[in-house]
Structures are given as structure tokens and as C-alpha cells.
Write a protein that binds this ligand. Structure first.
Ligand code: NAD
Length: 462
């Protein structure tokens, strides 16, 4: 795999300040496929200076022109779709068709949406005798995870650029190659020098230096709640804007009137997608006592069909963590009905598609984010019980409700403490706000709401 040995700063690839590197590993066969530089505080400092220098010019560029540049970036990403898919498959391990359809196509769509939004968004409005200007926040430090590596980059960089901000990106250490490819695309698209900068490196070194840098006006972070808490504290102490997209433990609520087969098969597919490494996955399936046994049987049979299709987890640590959760679930009294903690292959970081039945709300597997192909099926007695269970975690990122009558499902969804709910299998909408209630985060990404995160207001009185 192609890997740069420098950082993309101020419109060019520059040698890193230090000599340490990070190995990139193919999770399917555990081979080292590349090496990237491990950035230090000095690299972050250089990148933030470049972003600050580029800020006045980019902020003064008319929004429609910024939109045209983002449109050019979208076109480069579209032209390099196959290369993006192959890169993500190599470093994340997802099967190539999924990498094409999701890891490449979704960020292309999102970039396209911001090319349009930059040109059409209301950056100025009249409020009585005032004109309210919606202005860029400034320099954004973006820190992203590995699970949807390019999507999470584009979901931050495209709205930030549309708003007139400049960016320093610190991507996840497991998936830096697609981030480097993105930097190449930025260059090819003619984004002015310094508007986007890339520093690869470890979270505790480069990530921390970026979040704490005085020259960064806003930190936009996607990752674990544990790291997000620290970043929120750092940003809070410096009175910086912060956006946090964190973990989830979403509920798939199957009401008694629902089409059970559809609710269960779509629910299992949702959890197995991306090998379960999806923050918004519906990892808790809630089924009424009257349909419980049937649902468990169907979930187990459906999960088993994913055994051959599932990619590995991203690394050995993640695989061991997920196996540990399966073991803990069994030890706490859950009934294993599909998969299990044993490794299904000799090489690679694979975990079998797993279903745990008889899970009760207090169990660890019902409370903590597992981030692997593991579904917990819980029983509820009535609707109030279902609501208590659905809302009974520290998270609130997503969820689903199924019922024969759409209005019945919507009435339940209105009472859920969560940022997104799919009604009877409603499709993902790349322009709908995405983000969490409670400890799932602060702020929203995607669409106009995602753009607003990177803006602040100034009122002129007349
Ligand atoms: P992580 O928190 O370990 O890492 C995320 C990013 O933060 C990486 O780039 C990492 O290098 C960096 N980082 C780590 N420690 C840091 C520190 N001390 N200071 C600054 N940066 C630091 O998370 P992960 O394991 O890479 O990703 C999985 C997590 O991300 C899951 O919990 C998942 O739910 C969450 N996630 C949330 C969303 C969402 O939109 N809500 C989307 C995807 C993933």
C-alpha cells in the first residue's frame, strides 16, 4: 500500500519533526502493509500555524466559491473511489463491496452535500433592527476514529471548510492511509495551501497536542466516551468550542404489532454491518415476552448466515476486548445462541457473529459498548418496561422502533432519549443531523446542522 513518510502541512508533504513511525496492519492476515510517521507536538504546532495563516483568506472567500472547491474535492474522491475502497479494505479489513458502497460512496455523498450547502446556506439574516452574521469559528482540530475512517474525516472537514474554517486533522492510528489519500485529494482539488493539514500520530501524543493547542479554536472529536471526556475537559478549560461524537448502546424496539421477521432480520444485519464496529448499531434488541422465543431463534439463524461474510475487527486489542465481553455476558447469565468467544479463523482478527439471549438490563453486555458483532436480545413485559430498558443506559446515540402502525412507532420514538431513530427500517439520511443525547456526545454532524457547528454569530444593530 502506498504510504507517505511526511505530513501534509501548508499545501505540501513535509518531513516529520521526529523519526518514530506507526505500522499499518491488514487485519485479515496480520501483515504490515505500510508505515506512517508518528507525529509529535512540533508537527501539530507547524500544522496549526499553517491553518492559522490560511484562515483569513479562506474565511473571506465567498461561500459559493468555497462550495465550488468542496465540489472539486467531491469529484476527485469520486474519481478515486476504487482506490479509496481498496485502501480501507487493506487497513480496516472490510470486504471490498462494503468498502465501495459505504466507506467510499458515503463520504462522496457527504462532500457533495456540503458543496451544495456552502452555496445555499444562510450566512446572514435580519432579526428586527439587527443583521446577524454566521461566521466561521476559526481553526478546527479534527480527531477521528478508524471505524468509518473516510466518512468521519469528511463529516468534519467538509462542513468546516464550507463554514470558512481551516483544519488540522489527526486521524486514527489504525487507518492513516485513507487519511493520506484524502490529503492527496484535497491537493488535487485545488484547496488553497494551509486550509487543510494532516498530522498522523498517536492519540496520546499528536491528538492530545492538537486538542490542547492555543491556536485551535474548536476541537471536533469522534471516538470513545473515555477519550471524549478528557478532550471535553481540555477544551472546556481553554473555553474552546467542542463537538463530541462518542459511543452508543442503541435499542432496537420491536413492538408486539411489528413484522417480527423484518424487524429481527434487519436488526441483525444492522449489528453485523462493518463487523459490529458502528457507534450507532442497534446492539440491544428489545422483544415483547409473547414473541421472545421466536425472535431469539430467528436472530440466531440470521446471525449464523453472516459467518462467512463478516470481515475481521480492526486490531487484536479490539478482537480480545469483544471476546472478553462475550465471555462476561455468558458468565453473568446470558444464553449463547449463535457464535461465541472462540476464534473462527487461525489468522486475522475475526470474531463470530454472536447472539446472546436472556440478557437482562443490568448485565454488562446490556450497558457497555462492545463494538463488535454481538447482539443482546432482551425481553420486556409492556411498553413502559420497553421504554425504561431502551432509555436505561448512559448512551443515547441512535435506535429503531418497529410497529404495524407508523404512528404507534413514532409515539414510542418521541419518548426515547436518543439522537436518531429509524422507524420501521427507515433509510439512513446523510443530511439528517447525527449525534447523541446523554454521554453519546455534544453537537451534531451532517447536513445543515453539521455546518452550524462550525459557525458562531455576530449581531450588527442598526
Ligand atoms: P478512541 O477514542 O480510542 O480514538 C479516537 C481518536 O482519538 C483516534 O484518532 C485516537 O488516536 C485519538 N485519541 C486517543 N486518545 C487521545 C487523547 N488522549 N487525546 C486526543 N486524542 C486521542 O476511539 P476508537 O477506539 O478509535 O474508536 C471507537 C470509538 O469511537 C467507539 O467508542 C465508538 O462508539 C466511537 N465512535 C463514535 C461515533 C459517533 O459518531 N458518535 C462514530 C464512530 C465511532
Amino acid at each position: 500500500m502506498k504510504a507517505h513518510d511526511g505530513m501534509y502541512i501548508g499545501g505540501a508533504w513535509r518531513p516529520p519533526a521526529g523519526t518514530d513511525t506507526i505500522e499499518v496492519v491488514d487485519p485479515v492476515d496480520e501483515r504490515v502493509i505500510g508505515r506512517v510517521p508518528a507525529g509529535t507536538a512540533a508537527d501539530i504546532d507547524a500544522a496549526v500555524h499553517a491553518a492559522r495563516a490560511a484562515l483569513p483568506g479562506w474565511a473571506a472567500t465567498p461561500p459559493a466559491e468555497r462550495g465550488a472547491v468542496i465540489g472539486a474535492l467531491r469529484d476527485v474522491l469520486a474519481a478515486r473511489r476504487e482506490e479509496i475502497a481498496e485502501t480501507v479494505t487493506a487497513e480496516l479489513g472490510t470486504p471490498l463491496p462494503f468498502s465501495r458502497k459505504v466507506h467510499a460512496d458515503l463520504p462522496i455523498t457527504v462532500a457533495g452535500s456540503y458543496a451544495e450547502l456552502a452555496a445555499t446556506h444562510t450566512f446572514e439574516e435580519r432579526v428586527g433592527n439587527s443583521t446577524v452574521l454566521h461566521e466561521r469559528i476559526g481553526v478546527v482540530g479534527a480527531i477521528t476514529p478508524w471505524n468509518y475512517p473516510l466518512h468521519q474525516i469528511v463529516a468534519k472537514v467538509a462542513p468546516a471548510l464550507a463554514a470558512g474554517c481551516t483544519v488540522v486533522l489527526k486521524p486514527a492510528e489504525d487507518t492513516p492511509l485513507v487519511a493520506q489519500l484524502f490529503a492527496e485529494a484535497v491537493h488535487e482539488a485545488g484547496v488553497p495551501a494551509g486550509v487543510f493539514n494532516l498530522v498522523t500520530g498517536l492519540g496520546v501524543v499528536a491528538g492530545q497536542a492538537l486538542a490542547a493547542h492555543d491556536g485551535v479554536d474548536m476541537v471536533s472529536f469522534t471516538g470513545s466516551t473515555a477519550v471524549g471526556r478528557g478532550i471535553g475537559a481540555t477544551a472546556g478549560a481553554a473555553i474552546k468550542r467542542v463537538a463530541l461524537e462518542l459511543g452508543g448502546k442503541s435499542a432496537n424496539v420491536v413492538l408486539p404489532s411489528a413484522d417480527l421477521t423484518k424487524a429481527v432480520t434487519v436488526g441483525v444485519a444492522n449489528v453485523m454491518s462493518n463487523s459490529g464496529q458502528t457507534c450507532s448499531a442497534w446492539t440491544r434488541m428489545l422483544v415483547h415476552a409473547s414473541h421472545y422465543d421466536e425472535a431469539v431463534e430467528l436472530a440466531a439463524a440470521t446471525a449464523a448466515k453472516y459467518a462467512e461474510r463478516l470481515g475481521p475487527l480492526v486490531n487484536a486489542r479490539q478482537r480480545d476486548r469483544v471476546r472478553g465481553y462475550i465471555e462476561k455476558g455468558i458468565a453473568e447469565g446470558a444464553r449463547l445462541v449463535a457464535g461465541g468467544p472462540e476464534s473462527p479463523r487461525e489468522k486475522g482478527y475475526f470474531v463470530s457473529p454472536t447472539v446472546l439471549a436472556d440478557v437482562t438490563p443490568g448485565m454488562t453486555v446490556a450497558q457497555e459498548e462492545i463494538f463488535g458483532p454481538v447482539l443482546s436480545v432482551l425481553r420486556y413485559e409492556d411498553e413502559e418496561d420497553a421504554l425504561r430498558i431502551a432509555n436505561g443506559t448512559v448512551y443515547g446515540l441512535a435506535g429503531a422502533v418497529w410497529a404495524a402502525d407508523e404512528a404507534e412507532a413514532v409515539a414510542f420514538a418521541r419518548r426515547m432519549d436518543t439522537g436518531q431513530v429509524d422507524i420501521n427500517g427507515g433509510r439512513f439520511n446523510p443530511r439528517a443531523p447525527f449525534g447523541g443525547y446523554k454521554q453519546s456526545g455534544v453537537g451534531r454532524e451532517l447536513g445543515a446542522h453539521g455546518l452550524a457547528e462550525y459557525l458562531q454569530t455576530k449581531s450588527l444593530q442598526f
